[in-house]
Structures are given as structure tokens and as C-alpha cells.
Write a protein that binds this ligand. Structure first.
Ligand code: NAP
Ligand code: MG
Length: 483
């Protein structure tokens, strides 16, 4: 396959911003380029939104919300339109998955999972549009007291590069189901599927201004969206450092805020676990999407009595992982998203070696071009090591051990993060006890990285606040107004 045919995926969306139902250039004329991480080839150049473009997008969203048909539409009609959008995404899933691979470097098989989950999210939230009930309240006196669930207004959605379309769906689907208008800023590295989403939304008849897409940089377009007085809510997914800055900017304003941030999840294997199944789950938990996953199971806690056998099984399994061309359907681990991310991973891995942990990497052949990193396993890791504390956001697993359930809990909770955790044991009562004591928003047992739009997802501690998915994810986009 030649370089040009490889990156040539037909695109519906022009290389422009989508504002008020029109495809427009950035006022400044600025453009940003996106590259395929597996080769470094240019995929596309798109208009780069700056503050004045964000102003225009917020104005369009304001007009759509304050005076347009969308929030006033019958809920059943909003539901129908969201369902049509889901159908349009499903019909176009192969093309969109390929585009996602070109922008992110993730394996095509995993991009196809993203597409299925994206369609699921739109269908699930389409169903909620007609089920946003308020309550009647038995107050004293001859009064009718009731609550209404009303949309918050204009939502500024800011998303990362690891699951571009899925993270857009997790915000756009519930926001639109409730009747909000959205300004979506995709990550600078991965703007393409957000633009495609806008093109499909326009095709199925979403009114102008209800969904606006403004690719751009965080420091300019993202910050302008966060500061904008015309925005009623910020929904952010990204790093804890940026989330903290956004929290400070929003504090003291009347904006609503949800933050989905980083993680340093522990997967805990007890000696009675089904070890082969556990090892499979651990591998999926850390090497899925090259480990560029907020809930990646990046710390493995193994009960001491089985640590040798677990490490042996892990090494055997690692040796079978196919690292390489993300467009190849047999690839398990694709390319790291960017040179900057690769360098961050390399630096943290070097710190692990320097601090005395023992490194294992299978002897697989890496492609000559592109940003690739071998699946990596560290043993002899101490809790004080940087690789046991910091989010690496790469295919790197740190193995620690424990003797008792109390020690497992103590170590698992010994992190500033609290997004997710995993437990592997055949003992039901242990699962329930551990799930209660782990300070994590999501706890999986005998499975990992399992997502469903019906179930809330989100963090404790420095992993953020608010939930996406399920009813909780829906209620993040309404105000409860008493009348
Ligand atoms: P990031 O640098 O925080 O970026 C996330 C988004 O915020 C991008 O669109 C970014 O724009 C934008 N941004 C950057 N600075 C900003 C600012 N000052 N004001 C407003 N927006 C700003 O994170 P990332 O490196 O793209 O993504 C990796 C992180 O996301 C990891 O820490 C991961 O754990 C977290 N994550 C969390 C979840 C979750 O659900 N909890 C899911 C996925 C990822 P640019 O593209 O220009 O940087
Ligand atoms: Mg960034």
C-alpha cells in the first residue's frame, strides 16, 4: 500500500470549523495538521479555531438554545433524531473507524469497539429524551408543587485524543437528549471524527447551532470556551493538571462542571482467582489502546503465594501480543498517539529502571517508522517508585505484591487517583467487601475495561467528579428547577 492510499479515507466533513450549521474557515486563517502516529504521515489539515471562532460558536449555540427549535422540540422528536444519528454512525462505522485509526494510532479492531460503543451511547440517550421525569411533591396547603428537569443551556465539551469519537458521544448524546446546545473542542491531535460527527448530525437534520465543532489548541480554543460567559456548563475529559486549572477558572462563576480525569488503577489478583482468566484480563486492562486509557489497570497487585506463576503467565502472554500497523486487523497494540506521549512514556520507563525495578519487554520487532513502544512489565516495584505513582498513559504494567486483603486495600488506595480498580477472585463475599473498601468510582470483578452506556463511569479523588453514562450521566445535563 502506498503512502497516499493508506491515509486516503473519504471524508464527508470539509477541513473547516462547523459553526451554526455552516462550514467556515477560522477567522485568523490558521490551520492545524494531524499526523498518522504509525507513520508520521500527514492525514489532514483542518481550520484551527481561536478565541474569536469560539465566540462565534458560542453565539451560534446560544441562539440555537435561546431561540431555536431544539430545546422546544417534542422530546419524542429529539429522540428520533438522535436515533437517526446513531443509525448514520452505524452505517458509516467502517469508514469512521479507519479515520479514528489514522488520527489516534489505535488498532482497527479496537476502533471498531469504539464505534459500537458510540452507536450504543446515542441509542441509549435517545431513549432517555422521553423519560426525563420531574416529581410532584406533597407540600402543605392547596398547592401543586412539582419539579422540572430542564436543559442547562450551552455546553462546552472538551475531550482528549485517546477515544475521540467515543468521548464526544459520551458528552454530546446526553447533552442533546436533554435539549442542550453544544460547542465541542476535540483534542488538537484528533479532530477528524468530531468533524464527521457534525457532518452526520447535519445530514440527519439536527438544527443549526445545536452542535458546533471547533478543533483547536487547549491553551487558546479550550481556554476561551472555559472562560466564555455564554457557556452554562463545561464537560471536560483530560489530564488532572488541566482539569484542576479548569476547576479554578470555573469556580465562582455560575457554570456547571464535570471533570473526568486521570487514573492509576490497581488490578488485584488473589491466590484463589482463575489465573488464566485473570492474566487475560490484566493484559486487556493495561495494553488495550496502548495503555492510553484513563482507567488502565497500570498497577498489578498479586497475592505473594501466586506472584511467580502470574508473572510467568504474563510474560508468556506478552510475547504473543502483535505490535505494529494499527490498520492491520491482527494487531493487538498499535502506535502511541504522538512523539510527545512516546517521550513521556520513555522517560517514566527509564525512571523505573533507574529506581531499581526490573524491566521485561518481549523481543518483538517494532516498525521502523512511527511512535511504537513495546508492551512493558516491571517487577520488583516499590510503592515509592514513580512508575507506581504517576499516570504513564502507555503500555506499561507495574507489579507489586500483597499478603492479606487489608494490605491489598491499603496499597490499592495508596494513590491520589480513584477512577477504577479490578478484583480477581472466585470468592463472592471478598468481591463485595473489596468493592466497598476500594476508593474508586468503578470497580470491576473478574473482568476489566467493560463499558456500557447504561452504567455510570467516573472518579473519586483526583480522578474528577461527576459521572458519564447511565442516568447519572444524563442528569449532569439538566437543572432541577422547582416551580
Ligand atoms: P489534556 O492535555 O488535559 O487535554 C484534554 C483536552 O483539554 C484537549 O482537548 C486539550 O487540548 C484541552 N486543553 C488543554 N489545555 C487546556 C486549557 N488550558 N483549557 C482548556 N482546555 C485545555 O489531556 P490529554 O493529554 O489530551 O489526554 C490524556 C489525559 O486524559 C490523561 O490524563 C487521561 O487519564 C485523561 N483521560 C481521562 C478520561 C476519563 O474518563 N476520566 C478519559 C480519557 C482520558 P489540546 O489537544 O490542545 O491539548
Ligand atoms: Mg494535550
Amino acid at each position: 500500500m502506498t503512502a497516499t492510499t493508506r491515509t486516503a479515507v473519504e471524508r464527508l466533513a470539509p477541513d473547516r470549523l462547523f459553526i451554526g450549521g455552516e462550514w467556515v474557515d477560522a477567522r485568523s486563517g490558521a490551520r492545524l495538521a494531524t499526523y498518522h502516529p504509525a507513520t508520521g504521515e500527514l492525514v489532514a489539515e483542518v481550520a484551527e479555531a481561536r478565541e474569536e471562532d469560539v465566540d462565534a460558536a458560542v453565539a451560534a449555540a446560544r441562539a440555537a438554545f435561546d431561540a431555536g427549535p431544539w430545546p422546544r422540540l417534542d422530546a419524542a422528536d429529539r429522540a428520533e433524531l438522535l436515533w437517526k444519528l446513531a443509525d448514520a454512525i452505524a452505517a458509516d462505522a467502517d469508514r469512521l473507524a479507519r479515520l479514528e485509526v489514522l488520527d489516534t494510532g489505535k488498532p482497527i479492531r479496537e476502533a471498531q469497539i469504539d464505534l459500537r460503543e458510540t452507536v450504543d451511547a446515542f441509542r441509549y440517550y435517545a431513549g432517555w429524551a422521553t423519560k426525563l421525569h420531574g416529581q410532584t411533591i406533597p407540600v402543605r396547603g392547596a398547592v401543586l408543587n412539582y419539579t422540572l428537569r430542564e436543559p442547562v443551556g450551552v455546553v462546552g465539551a472538551i475531550i482528549p485524543w485517546n477515544f475521540p469519537l467515543l468521548m464526544a458521544a459520551w458528552k454530546v448524546a446526553p447533552a442533546l437528549a436533554c435539549g442542550n446546545a453544544v460547542v465541542l473542542k476535540p483534542a488538537e491531535q484528533t479532530p477528524l471524527t468530531a468533524l464527521e460527527l457534525a457532518a452526520l448530525a447535519a445530514r440527519v437534520g439536527l438544527p443549526p447551532g445545536v452542535l458546533n465543532v471547533v478543533p483547536g489548541y487547549g491553551e487558546t480554543a479550550g481556554a476561551a470556551l472555559v472562560r466564555h460567559p455564554g457557556v452554562d456548563k463545561i464537560a471536560f475529559t483530560g489530564s488532572t493538571a488541566v482539569g484542576r486549572q479548569i476547576g479554578q477558572l470555573v469556580a465562582g462563576t455560575d457554570k456547571a462542571l464535570t471533570l473526568e480525569l486521570g487514573g492509576k488503577a490497581a488490578n488485584i489478583i488473589f491466590e484463589d482467582a482463575a489465573l488464566d482468566q485473570a492474566v487475560e484480563g490484566i493484559v486487556n486492562g493495561i495494553y488495550f489502546n496502548q495503555g492510553e486509557v484513563c482507567c488502565a489497570g497500570s498497577r498489578l497487585l498479586v497475592q505473594e503465594s501466586v506472584v511467580d506463576v502470574v508473572i510467568e503467565k504474563l510474560k508468556d502472554r506478552l510475547a504473543t501480543l502483535r505490535v505494529g500497523d494499527p490498520l492491520d486487523k491482527n494487531t493487538d497494540v498499535g502506535a502511541i498517539n504522538s512523539r510527545a506521549q512516546l517521550e513521556k512514556i520513555e522517560e517514566l520507563v527509564a525512571s523505573g529502571v533507574a529506581e531499581g525495578a526490573e524491566i521485561y519487554q518481549p523481543a518483538c520487532q517494532l516498525p521502523e517508522r512511527g511512535y511504537f513502544f513495546r508492551p512493558t512489565l516491571f517487577t520488583n516495584v516499590a510503592q515509592s517508585h514513580r512508575i507506581a505513582r504517576e499516570e504513564i498513559f502507555g503500555p506499561v504494567l507495574s507489579v507489586l505484591t500483597f499478603r492479606t486483603p487489608d494490605e491489598a486495600i491499603e496499597k490499592a488506595n495508596n494513590t491520589e487517583y480513584g477512577l477504577s480498580a479490578g478484583i480477581w477472585t472466585e470468592k463472592g463475599s471478598r468481591i463485595l467487601e473489596m468493592a466497598r473498601r476500594l476508593r474508586a468510582g468503578v470497580v470491576w470483578a473478574n473482568t476489566y475495561n467493560k463499558f456500557d452506556p447504561t452504567s455510570p463511569f467516573g472518579g473519586y479523588k483526583e480522578s474528577g467528579f461527576g459521572r458519564e453514562g447511565g442516568l447519572h450521566g444524563l442528569l449532569a445535563y439538566v437543572r432541577l428547577e422547582d416551580r
